[in-house]
Design a protein around this ligand. Sequence first.
Ligand code: MN
Length: 195
Amino acid sequence: MYSLPKLKYELGALDPVISRRIMNLHYNRHHATYVDKLNSAIESVDGLSLNLEDALANLETVPESIRAAIRNNGGGHYNHSLFWSMMTPGGTQVDDKMTTFFKDNFGGLDEFKGKFKESALSVFGSGWAWLLSDGEIVTTPNQDSPLMDGRSDILLALDVWEHAYYLDYENNRGGYIDEWWGIVDWGYVSERLDS
Ligand code: MN
């Protein structure tokens, strides 16, 4: 049985970048629903034991009757669990290692932010923008993840579904992205680059 991961901050702590109202809906309803549906899908197959990361990376091994449910709800659980971990109230400083990473791969942090924003804005409809450990920026539709392309080396994940920002930013996805940098936990991102 999967369950909602505990947040390392209060629901209202990311305000005003992400309001308590959005966090409550996003975490307690959207993410909770992904978890419930993921568990229901697993329970619907007798005797199935499933490692979520392996299943998402190898969807063809998942029983066909629940493959779409695992992709959407399992992906939703995996993606949101990462997303919550990558944020912290007020954000944290970019350390020397990450500064070097951005310099080597993009010319600098600001250049990275510009490229990442451009990619996140290019997502048509619902999806995610990702930074991978080799400096690649990719996007996925819906709740798909880089895991499905064999990439587990995820450094950063940004949810650009409208449910992530519409109540605070209306249709201004770019404004949401600009403000989001202020709550990124770069220390956590840096740890992921190590592992
Ligand atoms: Mn979401």
